[in-house]
Design a binder for this molecule. Structure first.
Ligand SMILES: [Zn+2]
Length: 508
């Protein structure tokens, strides 16, 4: 473990065996993606074959309260009620509520999950013991925890749990504030349809993307294809694999074709409901691809790889079935019904450690083994075959406004953490001067909570120096249901931060 310096050596060796990808027909300079033979990554065997249950402990409930655990979705209600002896005198009510829960299967044809009457609260955790109360409520599926600012936790509550949770918090004098009165109303208002003029403009443009709306996958994929057709000298697209349900995982590259370029890999949409993430990544793609010749030297000197939607099945599912779905769409175990793996717990560095779950019903289910999912596996195999000289990896999530660097698996930092911190600080300050938003910078385990199996830890373990997880807006006013009016400002800020990163890697 931890031999990412070895990985760096292998990566550099790999760069020397560049050959042309057979996937590309027209050999324009910008379309040749450097590839190498399959080079075994250090600790592959170990990470993919280890049976975690025998080695790693489940994260304690106390630690787990800060996880992005969220919505116990309706299909999760088949999870048995645990630890009867822990329940206090509200038990009866809890059971009553559980029996009323409607079980909805996860097929795409199933009706939409309705969040009418569900609320988002900010619950203070400054009083001693308040976290334990929240842990207990969450264990009984009364709440889900979304985000935190250190002094309060954003708590999601289904409509039929509101009475119980109110009583539990009042009883302990724990202060809370209702932030969203009716989540379904927010969901309905979040992504309004375009007016006719705008729709007509889209057709004339050759693609349907804009940054005034959250788009379906078809629009995003169409946009990537449009760019590669329109700018064949600099833009190219390859599918690096397929999702569980057979959707292509499209990576777009922007490059001037110079083989000595350094490379940056950027992804979005690992978590399905974080819609601002693919919106931001596609915004950045648009800026670079449509105006490559006019871009700064720093941008033009780099090879840019973008995977805007790493979890396309989940993304579509949030549009069609459940706006608050987080995981991918791995089918559930027969008879149990809990589907989906948290792709950001499925990557193969220190897989199975803290902040992950072995239960398929959990929102942080890590999967049966590292890279068990076609989506994360495709990314792994892409890196394994790519001979590009990656110097930075950026993955966009939401929410909370954080610039995070490894490690995530443990409260520890890599040896070059000073560099990561100082570049992160520069990015944060340019964000603030661009659009006014404040981002905190630090290692993810320290600033948030430990969570193993993240894509960022894995990228860092492969020797990619500047590895960041960026948690986009907001800080809990809308949470995951960020209105479209925010998209352009959020994306503009992130673009400004990326320019800082580009300048930095070119300097080194
Ligand atoms: Zn996320």
């Amino acid at each position: 473990m931890g031999s990412w310096s070895t990985a760096l050596v292998l990566l550099l060796v790999g760069v020397t065996v560049v050959y042309t990808t057979p996937l590309v027909n027209e050999k324009q300079p910008g379309q040749e993606w450097p590839k190498r033979g399959a080079v075994l990554q250090p600790s592959d065997d170990k990470d993919t074959e280890t049976e975690p249950e025998t080695i790693f402990e489940e994260k304690s409930e106390e630690e787990a309260i800060l996880d992005e655990i969220p919505v116990k979705t309706i299909e999760d209600s088949s999870e048995p009620v645990k630890e009867k002896q822990d329940l206090d005198n509200t038990d009866n009510e809890v059971d009553t509520i559980k029996t009323k829960t409607v079980v909805i299967k996860s097929e795409t044809a199933s009706p939409k999950v309705d969040y009418s009457g569900a609320q988002l609260w900010k619950v203070s955790i400054e009083k001693e013991g308040s976290r334990n109360i929240l842990v207990r409520l969450r264990r009984r599926n009364q709440i889900a925890t979304w985000g935190t600012n250190g002094t309060a936790i954003d708590v999601f509550i289904k409509s039929d749990s509101i009475q119980n949770v109110t009583r539990a918090l009042n009883k302990e004098n724990i202060p809370f504030e209702v932030v969203i009165e009716d989540l379904q109303k927010r969901i309905d208002e979040e992504n309004p349809p375009l007016d006719e003029n705008e729709a007509e403009l889209q057709d004339r443009r050759g693609h349907r993307m804009n940054w005034k709306q959250y788009h379906r996958l078809e629009d995003i994929d169409g946009f990537l294809d449009y760019l590669s057709k329109t700018y064949p000298a600099t833009v190219s697209v390859n599918a690096i694999g397929k999702s569980h349900e057979g959707r292509e995982l499209k990576v777009l590259r922007i490059s001037n074709g110079n083989p000595s370029n350094k490379a940056i890999f950027i992804d979005g949409g690992i978590h399905a409901r974080e819609w601002i993430s693919p919106a931001t990544v596609t915004y950045i793609i648009n800026q670079f691809a449509e105006n490559f010749d006019g871009e700064s030297e720093d941008i033009r000197k780099l090879d840019w790889y973008f995977l805007p939607v790493m979890n396309p099945d989940g993304y579509e599912y949030t549009h069609l079935n459940d706006r608050l779905w987080r995981k991918n769409r791995r089918p559930g175990i027969a008879g149990r019904g809990c589907s989906g793996v948290d792709l950001n717990r499925n990557f193969g560095y220190r897989w199975g450690g803290k902040g992950t779950s072995s239960s398929p019903c959990s929102e942080i289910y890590r999967g049966p083994r590292a890279f068990s999912e076609p989506e994360s596996r495709a990314v792994y195999e892409f890196f394994e075959k790519s001979a590009a000289n990656y110097v930075a990896y950026v993955t966009y999530h939401s929410y909370g406004q954080y610039i995070l660097y490894p490690w995530g698996y443990e409260n520890a930092v890599p040896p070059d953490h000073d560099d990561l911190q100082s570049v992160g600080d520069k990015m944060a300050s340019v964000i603030q001067s661009t659009g006014g938003d404040y981002y905190s910078v630090g290692s993810s385990s320290k600033l948030l909570y430990p969570a193993a199996g993240g894509s960022d830890d894995w990228a860092k373990s492969q020797g990619i120096k500047y590895t960041y997880t960026i948690e986009l807006n907001d800080k809990g006013r809308y949470g995951f249901v960020l209105p479209t009016t925010y998209i352009e400002n959020v994306a503009k800020e992130s673009l400004a931060a990326l320019r800082v990163l580009a300048a930095q890697v070119n300097k080194e």
